[in-house]
Design a protein around this ligand. Structure first.
Ligand code: COA
Length: 318
């Protein structure tokens, strides 16, 4: 499998930490020192699905392809406003892609989960060209009166086109562990007359410190395991693209590995945690900034609610 095209789209509205402190008991100082986030993008007038479509259109064009050459669409999202049709079906209709389409819920590690699924399709020769979109609309599911969660997230979409033009993925691993009540959001119970105990929807709630500890532990374990699986030394990795959840988590991992800062690019300061869009959004920025060279080795690592996590090592050959 090879990444043959990449694109992303973010909402126009920038929401700074100062803007949040106008209606929440928080401050730029607290958010910056605890998370590294300075601002995030939040959907206002645009539609979430338009962002997904825009990212997909850019990725297909970047691959030098047309929509009719896509054989499968996989969309990783946890926050689409649509329960049905799937976000992948909406993108399909909008871009007139004549292929099957499905969504996958891998929370913040969704990009890794979708890559693994795409890899299986390509290896089994069920598809040669796959559109993978990671899009999340976190501003819809957080409680904007809860300073412990809403300051952390942002909205974004990013997409890649995966083809069988090369054998660039050296290893992909996925892991799932018990989540408990650490990180959850819930729909309402609906109005079924057969349910006695009605429940209201629950906005995203999180036990920050437990999630922090879990994130660090899973990242350390996954990175060490994926390096072994790929048979590559950590020093040979040119870029570590880690889930953009907290700069302190990224720094901790970097220090444990004993590697220089320039291998750990980040954009959390500008976008916050964009859930499954986080890694492909960073990858798209690095690519367009000319920082990814053919032959570079990349290590991707993400974790999220579930708890899910995953990592992969790939050679960049776009
Ligand atoms: N502004 C100001 N104060 C805040 C705040 C905010 N936005 N959010 C929380 N606080 C307060 C708390 O109420 C608490 O006050 P108290 O001591 O009076 O009770 C204090 O700050 C410390 O809170 P705590 O939760 O211990 O802070 P922390 O150092 O653990 O940082 C997180 C909180 C959420 C930034 C951190 O735990 C974290 O990043 N966790 C991982 C989250 C994550 O990665 N989630 C995504 C998974 S995909």
């Amino acid at each position: 499998m090879r990444i043959s095209g990449i694109g992303s789209a973010v909402p126009r509205q920038i929401v700074t930490n100062e803007m949040l402190s106008s209606f929440l008991d928080t401050s730029d100082e607290w958010i910056t020192t605890r998370t590294g986030i300075k601002q995030r993008r939040v959907i206002t007038e645009e539609k979430f699905e338009q962002l997904a479509v825009e990212a997909a259109r850019k990725a297909i064009a970047d691959a030098g392809l047309t929509p009719d050459s896509i054989e499968l669409i996989v969309c990783s999202t946890t926050t689409s406003p649509f329960i049905t049709p799937s976000l992948a079906c909406i993108v399909r209709e909008s871009l007139q892609i004549p292929s099957p389409a499905m969504d996958l819920n891998g929370a913040c590690a969704g990009f890794l989960y979708a890559l693994d699924a795409a890899d299986a399709y390509i290896k089994s020769k069920k598809a040669k060209t796959i559109l993978l979109i990671s899009a999340d609309n976190m501003s819809r599911i957080v409680d904007w009166t809860d300073r412990r969660t809403c300051v952390l997230f942002g909205d974004a979409a990013a997409a890649v086109v995966l083809t069988d033009a090369g054998d660039d993925f050296r290893a992909i691993l996925l892991r799932t562990e018990d989540n408990g009540t650490c990180l959850l959001a819930k729909n309402s119970s609906g109005n079924s007359p057969f349910i006695k105990e009605k429940t209201e929807p629950i906005a995203l709630q999180m036990e920050g410190q437990k999630v922090f500890k879990h994130a660090v532990a899973s990242a350390q374990a996954d990175i060490s395991k994926v390096l072994k699986l790929a048979g590559i030394a950590k020093e040979k990795i040119n870029h570590f693209l880690l889930h953009q959840a907290n700069i302190r988590i990224i720094d901790f991992i970097r220090k444990t590995l004993g590697l220089p800062e320039n291998k750990f690019n980040h954009n959390i300061e500008r976008y916050g945690n964009t859930s499954s869009a986080s890694i492909p959004l960073l990858m798209d920025e690095l690519y367009h900034a000319g920082q990814l060279r053919r032959g570079d080795m990349l290590l991707l690592n993400a974790f999220g609610a579930g708890f899910v996590s995953g990592a992969c090592v790939l050679e960049w050959n776009k």
